[in-house]
Design a protein around this ligand. Structure first.
Ligand code: KIV
Length: 278
């Protein structure tokens, strides 16, 4: 692409077409500055409802609202020029009926400018996924560990071991048949991940699901070391920005207390310097 040709944004059919190709790179983003950092390197910027825990200090994603997703979704879309935004549908915004899901998905897309949404659930959400995709809402499905169901699952456990494997495979097939353009597999054992990836014609995107997916996603604050309340086994720390920030804030505090900040170079003179002679 030349320096002057416009950047074409990635769209759901582009993601679907990457099945079996170069792995898809996905990170969460919740703000414009993070979206700008993610955009040149990633195919998808996921405005995950993890923002409730990561940015807002909530104990789970259950309390995240449509308003929060719209606010952060808009901020992320503003920061993207190439990568595709996917907005999570928050708990309670889609489970009641396909009609409720359509109303809220359409609102998320119209009010943020994102071209797609993600929702949690397999076979029991297939009718809703089909309803949405038939009406112009591209859906990324999310199965395995579905964090919005933490209260029924009883914790953030691996999903799909032993007898559960057939159900997770059936969930994946149901999402594909319903028209999902891609599917997130969270905390699924890696052998099962490989079998699901081989069985589906749509890309699988793993988080804690091993290497045999068509792509990977991580929560950006986890991989940058900015969110340190807990650290799932599947998170690799690519940077320790939290520690850097702590050191910088400590240095600032010490300098303010010692009156060594601000220095003369950060202050404004009372008298303007004389104009240079021409
Ligand atoms: O909310 C989120 O960040 C997610 C990812 C963990 C896939 O759903």
């Amino acid at each position: 692409m030349s320096a002057t040709s416009p950047v074409r944004p990635v769209l759901p059919p582009d993601i679907k077409a990457r099945k079996g190709g170069q792995p898809l790179v996905v990170l969460t983003a919740y703000t414009t500055p993070m979206a700008r950092l993610v955009d040149p390197h990633c195919d998808v910027a996921l405005v995950g409802d993890s923002l409730g825990m990561v940015l807002h200090g909530m104990p789970s994603t259950v309390g995240v609202t449509m308003e929060m997703m719209i606010l952060h979704g808009r901020a992320v879309v503003r920061g993207l020029s190439r990568a595709m935004a996917v907005i999570d549908m928050p708990f309670g915004s889609y489970e009641e009926s396909p009609q409720q899901a359509y109303r809220n998905a359409a609102r998320l897309m119209a009010e943020t400018g994102a071209p797609s949404v993600k929702l949690e659930g397999g076979q029991h959400m297939a009718e809703t996924i089909a309803f949405l995709t038939a009406r112009g809402v591209p859906v990324m499905a999310h199965i395995g560990l579905t964090p919005q169901a933490v209260n029924t699952l009883g914790g953030y456990k691996v999903v799909g071991r032993d007898a559960e494997a057939d159900k997770v495979m059936a969930d994946a097939r149901a999402c594909e048949a319903a028209g999902a353009f891609a599917i997130v597999l969270e905390k699924v054992p890696q052998g099962l991940t490989g079998r699901i990836t081989a069985a589906l014609s749509i890309p699988t995107i793993g988080i804690g699901a091993g290497v045999d997916c068509d792509g990977q996603v991580l929560v950006i604050d986890d991989m940058l070391g900015l969110f340190t309340d807990f650290r799932p086994k599947f998170v690799k720390r690519y940077a320790e920005l939290g520690k850097l920030a702590d050191a910088a804030i400590a240095e600032y505090a010490a300098e303010v207390r010692a009156r060594s900040f601000p220095g003369p170079e950060h202050a404004f003179a009372d008298v303007l310097p004389a104009k240079a002679k021409s």
